[in-house]
Design a binder for this molecule. Structure first.
Ligand code: PEP
Length: 234
């Protein structure tokens, strides 16, 4: 039986103190009633929270296996660019990088070409990528450039993000199937309004390997409830 992958995307929420508190709180919740979820939980957080979380994870014997991820990197590997965070700066801190989230494509004009360049930079530096797509055109651009891409594709229909309602799980499953027809070795995650109530509808679908959780990952209790549901099923 497959054990779904769970990813938290904190977006631009939580300062380092709040991040540390989240980790401490979820550890306490899980000690009282262990969630029986033994897979790595991918925690994609703001850059500023990464060092404190890495340190706190070392100190806590927590029973939940978190691995850290970032949510973006600069286009260039190393270049004088005020305000940017390069892959070289964070590669010793994280395993994963989210790339091409729809909020970045829309609000920061990230093009398919830019996303592809960032994928290449991550691959050259040994980091695993979680590439967000919301349509077939974005998928095709990845396939053209990386025909044997084998990290994660995170399928997030724009209309579902932050809406409180997941996409019809049959539609998401069909999309995941199409993705896997072209990229045979990739894992496909679904994202968009997943919470403890609706996770059961999406997580058991045949072609979906896991879920990304945005809003519902910010509160340790609501995120733990997702882990608890998935742990119970596995
Ligand atoms: C996301 O945008 O990556 C996401 C999962 O958001 P939410 O769960 O808040 O819809």
């Amino acid at each position: 039986m497959k054990i779904p992958i769970i990813l938290a995307n904190w977006k631009s929420f939580k300062n380092p103190d709040e991040a540390k508190k989240w980790l401490e709180d979820i550890t306490i919740i899980n000690k009282l009633k262990p969630a029986n979820y033994h897979e790595n939980i991918i925690l994609c957080v703001p850059f500023i929270d990464i060092p404190v979380l890495k340190e706190t994870l070392k100190q806590l014997s927590q029973g939940l296996n978190f691995v850290l991820g970032a949510q973006n990197i600069s286009l260039e590997e190393e270049k004088p660019e005020t305000g940017e965070t390069t892959v070289k700066m964070i590669k010793d801190y994280v395993f994963y990088i989210i790339l091409g989230h729809s909020e970045r494509r829309t609000n920061f004009n990230e093009t398919e070409e830019m996303v592809n360049k960032k994928i290449k930079t991550c691959q050259d530096n040994g980091l695993k990528t979680i590439v967000c797509i919301s349509n077939m055109q974005q998928l095709k651009s990845i396939i053209r450039e990386f025909p044997s891409y084998k990290d994660f594709i995170l399928y997030e229909p724009i209309s579902a993000i932050g809406s409180g309602k997941i996409e019809d799980a049959k539609v998401s499953n069909e999309m995941a199937k199409k993705i896997k027809q072209d990229l045979k070795n990739t894992k496909v995650l679904y994202g968009g309004s997943v919470n403890a109530e609706n996770v059961k509808n999406i997580v058991n679908k045949e072609f979906i390997d896991g879920v990304a959780v945005g809003g519902a990952s910010l509160n340790p209790q609501s995120f733990w409830e997702i882990l608890e549901y998935v742990g119970r099923k596995s």
